[in-house]
Design a protein around this ligand. Structure first.
Ligand code: UAG
Ligand code: ATP
Ligand code: API
Ligand code: MG
Length: 489
């Protein structure tokens, strides 16, 4: 596409330099520039992309979008916000694919990955070919592409939507993180349905207050209903049991459908029964009742299922077909995933990395625990420090033995992260083992018949980030090795 065409959707810019080169791709990382790129200089949280403009030019960038003066020979498009320009140009460059897909965005502190997987399972089962984007990567038509971010940058998002469309995908469901909303990675995406799971404390390193965090989340709902096609229903799916829903109702011009357990809602779960192997409940919609028996465990997963069913309901899918799909779902990798090594105690790997999700996981375990509860928990480095004492407190509150260990320390001192956790449990009993592998082995050696070990925080992750190194580490594999060692000993 000619540069002049690429920048057609920009409202306000200044062009410097001559020529109208052909642009073959859009790029924000100078290290990935190939000849033909339009390079965007992003003022980031760590680095300033403007310093890489010359490098990008050397590698073949044919034009550059910048916010402040740069010295290059290729044409420069000056804008006030390069991330905004990136979103607007990406949408246009790839032919506005989100307008042709049935688009669902899921936001909230916890449950996004689970809800998006459930929506994909439901829609695929109902014959609606669905693409998925989120923490576990990009998936459609049996193809999987790994991603670095839960919600990728706008250029990658739009490119993937285009590929999905070209490959017969009809609907795309994606996790929308608060970082992405704040940075405008999803600007220009024409969502049909926006789903809210819940709001509890996380990411206060990035968003300064809970109010700012909620504001970022609310952008998904306020941008919904800026409708391009008036024939398409635009709807917000909101959790009636979460306090933030009241605000979100005010933020959206779209139709609202609610789900809940404790409050009256459009889709409601009643008569709940939770066991260690599954969850049963009645789904109630407009006084009609359907029994649901699913393999997913826990009250929090009922919320996730209700959210997913709500999205399908708005699409007009049959409730019976949706329930069939939900009942088949085995679970999402690393979310309440049982590790089975033939041991006479239970080991569960879970991705709870906030105080609220840890509380939910542990409350669920409490409901069916026959033995002691042993919890292994840690907190990620270079992330919200204020959640650390709260997570430690939750671990100790529900456990007979709480073991604090390292999650992904990243560039922080692992000992310091543990000290931050300890602030929340002064005078309480717990054990501290910095090395995660050692902590898992210790827990497995301590377990008695019927005990339950919860290994929280890293779920599906197959790595541990220590400093800037990413080493192989999979809680599930390490637990299996520890179980093997114990039985061989
Ligand atoms: C804090 C944060 O949101 N960081 C994201 C952000 O990076 P940034 O703005 O800080 O970028 P930077 O490192 O300062 O670099 C500035 C610019 O220089 C460019 N650069 C840099 C080096 C170079 O040699 N050449 C070059 O061109 C970079 O590509 C970038 O465009 O924009 C990047 C591009 O989109 C993201 O990959 C990056 O995610 C990092 C990896 C990250 O850890 N993000 C986390 C906090 C995050 O966003 N998480 C949420 C999920 C949270 C949840 O699940 O609730 C997510 O959506 O993933
Ligand atoms: N609806 C929910 N409410 C509270 N906790 C939940 C809910 N759903 C899942 N969890 C807990 O949160 C953990 C993470 O779930 P999931 O991966 O679905 O969330 P997420 O929002 O995608 O997380 P991330 O922000 O890391 O992408 C699970 O392992 C579980 O312990
Ligand atoms: N999306 C979350 C994932 C946290 C996972 C946890 N294992 C950690 O590293 O803190 C984040 O980036 O904050
Ligand atoms: Mg996720």
């Amino acid at each position: 596409m000619k540069l002049s065409k690429c920048i057609e959707p920009l409202m306000d810019y200044t062009l410097s330099g001559d020529g109208d080169p052909d642009i073959t791709h859009l790029e924000i990382d100078s290290r990935k520039v190939q000849p033909g790129a339009l390079f965007f200089c992003i003022s980031g949280t760590q680095l300033d992309g403007h310093q890489f403009a010359e490098g990008a030019e050397k590698l073949g960038a044919r034009a550059i979008v910048a916010e402040k003066p740069i010295q290059v020979k290729v044409p420069v498009i000056y804008v006030s916000d390069t991330r905004r320009a990136l979103a607007v140009i990406s949408d246009y460059f790839y032919g506005q694919p989100s307008r042709k897909l049935h688009m669902i965005g899921v936001t909230g502190t916890n449950g996004k990955t689970t809800v998006t997987h459930l929506i994909k399972a439901i829609q695929d089962h109902a014959g609606l070919s669905t693409g998925l984007i989120g923490t576990m990567g990009i998936k459609y038509n049996g193809k999987e592409v790994p991603v670095a971010n839960t919600t990728p940058e706008s250029s990658l998002l739009q490119k993937e939507f285009r590929t999905m469309l070209d490959n017969g995908v009809e609907s795309a469901v994606m996790e929308v993180s608060s970082h992405a909303l704040h940075q405008g990675r999803v600007r220009g995406i024409d969502y049909d349905i926006a789903v809210f799971t819940n709001l509890t404390q996380d990411h206060l390193d990035y968003h300064e207050t809970m109010k700012d965090y909620l504001y970022a989340k609310s952008l998904l709902f306020s941008q919904l209903g800026n409708t391009y096609d008036t024939d398409r229903l635009k709807a917000a799916v909101l959790n009636e049991d979460d306090a933030a829903t009241e605000t979100l109702k005010h933020m959206t011009a779209a139709h609202v459908l609610t789900y809940g357990i404790d409050h009256q809602a459009d889709l409601k779960a009643e008569n709940i029964r939770i066991t260690s192997t599954g969850t049963a409940f009645d789904l109630v919609i407009k006084n009609k009742r359907w029994p649901v028996h699913m393999k997913l465990i826990g009250k929090f997963n009922i919320y996730n299922v209700l959210a997913a069913l709500s999205a399908g309901y708005l699409k007009g899918l049959s409730v019976e077909t949706m329930i069939e799909a939900v009942e088949k779902v085995e679970g999402v990798a690393g979310r309440f995933e049982a590790v089975r090594g033939g041991q006479d105690f239970t080991v569960i790997v879970d991705y709870s990395h906030t105080a609220d999700s840890l509380e939910n996981a542990l409350q669920t375990i409490k409901e069916f625990a026959q033995g002691r509860i042993i919890t292994i928990a840690g907190c990620g480095g270079d992330r919200d420090r204020t959640k650390r004492p709260a997570m430690a407190k939750t671990a100790v509150k529900y456990s007979d033995l709480a073991i604090f260990t390292s999650d992904n320390p990243r560039t922080e001192d692992p000992e310091q992260i543990l000290s931050d956790m300890e602030e929340g449990v002064k005078g309480e009993a717990y054990k501290k083992i910095v090395d995660r592998k050692e902590a898992i082995y210790y827990a497995v050696r301590q377990a008695r018949v019927h005990d339950i070990i919860l290994i929280a925080g890293k779920g599906h992750e197959t790595y541990q980030i220590i400093g800037t190194d990413k080493i192989d580490f999979d809680d599930r594999k390490v637990a299996l090795e520890a179980i093997k060692e114990r039985y061989e000993a």
